[in-house]
Ligand binder design. Structure first.
Ligand SMILES: C[S@@+](CC[C@H](N)C(=O)[O-])C[C@H]1O[C@@H](n2cnc3c(N)ncnc32)[C@H](O)[C@@H]1O
Length: 344
């Protein structure tokens, strides 16, 4: 049968890129349009990778087991991200409230959840100000709370956010781009000693002093400038390639430390931990997923102190890790630790 196609009805041409596989984020159009190309997302996941512009929820079964959601409960997701945890928990509870500091990703997530009939009340907010969100919802406490700390894969993937040593965008790193200093501005404002302290304390970076001196001598403007500077300071080639997804990139600790400083992640976590017992109903449960030793220590200490003083009655304050299968299927989960507690 002959089908006449008008010029403007032609399917869009694939993005042009050199070689057989797309390398740049914007070239990965099949991954970015998962609804049109579902088989591509499945293929990428089967290779242990996360399709561009998406995020695989970490330790999902373990979170469900820890929180034990019931259909009369109110759930607060403090870190909505791609909405993977929320999508699994919302249908099991009566009411779901979700917040995130990242308004850009949040609007995409809310639209996607709406299209899947997942009902949530979303707020663009910082979990350090949890009480304000609850007040806006006419609540004092919730039954279930989840905080899945750090950045999402979507934030890491988007070059314009400047979060990743794999990209070449501006050195921004703000989760909330409507306020605060970018990483480039912060590096300009801080003294060499202060930068070294950030790299050492937030990134466990062993060459903190040397890298801080190089950062002041030649302030980076892009994520790529920063990667090249770290590699050069460590005596490595500027085009360093990791042998496997499980290997830590030489610039990863510096990126993590700067991201944490830009977004005041330690201060926000400490505020959440202080408020936690007072925003949980009697018998309510909270789960927190951490991604590095500094977060682990703060969460463990706060939850243990709450258990000792009788605010919490049970939980896991050791912090369980993901299964070998999960790490194999999603290497980004490898440093996750899940802590949880139940309010007396
Ligand atoms: C690891 S991701 C969450 C992924 C999510 N659980 C999922 O399944 O898609 C962390 C998210 O927390 C957000 N976030 C980080 N710090 C925050 C804070 N202080 N307040 C609110 N959201 C925050 C980030 O913007 C990011 O979207």
């Amino acid at each position: 049968m002959y089908v006449h196609t008008m010029p403007d009805e032609k399917p869009p041409r694939r993005k042009r890129y050199a070689g057989t596989h797309p390398r740049r984020f914007e070239e990965r159009y099949k991954e970015l349009e998962a609804a049109r190309f579902p088989e591509q997302a499945a293929k990428i996941r089967a290779q242990g990778r996360t399709p561009a512009g998406t995020h695989v929820p970490v330790m999902l079964q373990e979170v469900l087991k820890a929180l034990e959601p019931h259909d009369w409960q109110t759930f607060l997701d403090c870190t909505l991200g791609f909405g993977g945890h929320t999508e699994a928990i919302a249908p099991r509870v009566a009411r779901t409230i979700a917040l995130d500091v990242d308004a850009e990703e949040q609007s995409r997530t809310v639209a996607r959840l709406q299209a899947r009939n997942v009902a949530i009340s979303a707020h663009h907010a910082n979990f350090a100000g949890i009480a304000k969100v609850l007040k806006a919802e006419n609540l004092q406490c919730v039954d279930l709370l989840l905080a899945d700390l750090g950045v999402s894969s979507m934030q890491l993937d988007r070059p314009e956010r400047g979060f990743s040593y794999k990209n070449s965008g501006p050195l921004d790193m703000r989760m909330d781009r409507s306020r605060g200093q970018t990483a480039a501005q912060l590096l300009e404002a801080l003294r060499e000693k202060e930068i070294a302290t950030i790299l050492r304390e937030l990134g466990d970076e062993s060459q903190a002093e040397k890298i801080a001196a190089a950062l002041k001598a030649e302030p980076p403007k892009s994520a790529n400038d920063l990667t090249v500077l770290v590699l050069r300071t460590k005596g490595m080639a500027p085009r360093h390639r990791q042998k496997s997804a499980a290997e830590t990139h030489p610039a990863a600790r510096v990126f993590q430390a700067l991201r944490m400083a830009v977004n005041k992640e330690t201060e926000n976590l400490e505020s959440l931990l202080r408020n936690l017992p007072y925003v949980l109903n009697e018998g309510g449960r909270a789960a927190i997923i951490t991604f590095h030793s500094g977060e682990e220590r703060r969460v463990r200490e706060a939850l243990c102190a709450g258990l000792a003083s009788g605010l919490y009655e049970k939980g896991d304050t050791e912090g369980a890790g993901p299964s070998r299968d999960e790490i194999y299927n999603n290497p980004r989960s490898r440093s996750a630790r899940l802590f949880w507690v139940q309010r007396v």
